[in-house]
Ligand binder design. Sequence first.
Ligand code: PGA
Length: 252
Amino acid sequence: MRKKIIAGNWKMYKDLTESAELLGGLKARAGEIPSGVTLVVCPPYTSLALAGATMKETPIKVGGQNMSEHDEGAFTGEISAKMLKSTGCEFVILGHSERRQYNGETNEGVNRKARKALAAGLRPIICVGETLAEREGGVTESVVGTQVRGCLDGLGDRMENVVVAYEPVWAIGTGKTATPAQAQEVHAFIRKTVEEMFGPSVAGNLVIQYGGSVKPDNSADLLGQKDIDGALVGGACLKADSFMQIAKSALR
Ligand code: PGA
């Protein structure tokens, strides 16, 4: 049985003081996390060291929201996998649709970053998903298939440390969630694509998260689907209570 992974993407919210409050609130309730669920917080870079220190003796894991594809060097404003690791990170979100949209991230670039992340001992959460125009144009599977093949290319022997997040772009921050059936359909397609790439055992063990307006009132239905193994949560992870409610709904 695949473990459920619930990750909270804080995006560009929470300064250090606000981060301390949210991290403290989550830490205080860590005992409520069901045993088959891994909870991950992904605060902005400026709060990562604090998150790493706060969550050290707890089951809650920490992740970055992005990283450089380079090891080190003259790359002003960039952060390396090793730097993330040194703050206590175990995960890193790669290829989020906002980074694809505003920072020109490509499947090839995400693949290079994923290789670096894995080499540094980080588990990449690789984001894929179609836009509204693509869904309405009937090309969801070809878009998502190309993203999965491009981002995961050559990662076969390290796939046990990879997480894929399916996030339909039209559902992110819009309040429009994919129905559980719509999400399940794409998740099954992603698993089939991974099976074609790396075989049934890798595909069967892959954790595939759903993301896009996941809230406490829809999470149980989404997470109850056969191929939905977790959630990547934006807005609803910014309050300890709603994030914990989502975590608790994962194993009903
Ligand atoms: P949302 O964001 O939950 O606010 O829709 C999800 C995400 O972007 O990962």
